[in-house]
Design a binder for this molecule. Structure first.
Ligand SMILES: CC(C)(COP(=O)(O)OP(=O)(O)OC[C@H]1O[C@@H](n2cnc3c(N)ncnc32)[C@H](O)[C@@H]1OP(=O)(O)O)[C@@H](O)C(=O)NCCC(=O)NCCS
Length: 144
């Protein structure tokens, strides 16, 4: 079990690419589109014991939460909530957070709502599907 309360988040660096790719695939069943941005200014990526990751993009007082994932075997134990709260806590006062989430991703939507994110708009047909109509994106925000 991942005792996340006792684990310090660590930055993901280029030498982490192999396991990060594997972990990302276990969360999203596709390749990681954010890897090319590792180490670039304004992008930050952290992991918790190689079992969870968060990737953000910050410009001044706006932070986009680009992706968050927890290994399937570690879910429903408070890891995602702990990690997201950690990102928010370490950000400066008055920081604004934005994210997009697939409208059918109930786990993620519940997590964001629990933390205090509000739904501010819906992007129709934002996520193409391999079959069937594209899914809407919920745009959610949180103000520190
Ligand atoms: C979304 C995700 C990060 C949640 O991580 P997690 O560590 O399992 O979440 P937590 O255990 O911290 O749960 C915190 C809250 O989130 C919500 N939640 C998490 N998983 C849920 C599920 N399967 N169904 C409903 N609500 C869920 C609940 O409100 C939960 O609070 P509770 O335990 O008091 O009910 C994880 O499911 C995941 O990695 N999913 C695949 C990747 C993904 O979709 N990322 C988001 C892209 S926008």
């Amino acid at each position: 079990m991942l005792e996340h309360q006792n684990i310090r988040p660590e930055p993901i660096i280029e030498s982490d690419i192999e396991w990060f790719q594997t972990l990302f695939k276990s969360c999203f069943c596709r390749d990681n589109p954010w890897m090319q941005h590792l180490g670039k200014t304004k992008y930050e990526a952290f992991h918790l014991n190689k079992q969870a990751f968060i990737f953000t993009y910050t410009v001044e007082d706006y932070t986009d939460l680009l992706t968050i994932g927890v290994h399937p075997h570690q879910r429903r134990r408070g890891v995602g909530e702990f990690f997201l709260k950690w990102i928010i806590t370490k950000a400066p006062k008055a920081q604004k957070f934005f994210l997009e989430v697939e409208c059918e991703n109930n786990a993620a939507i519940s997590l964001y709502k629990k933390i205090g994110f509000d739904l501010i708009s819906i992007r129709k047909g934002y996520y193409p599907q391999s079959s069937g109509p594209a899914l809407d994106a919920y745009v959610m925000t949180y103000q520190k």
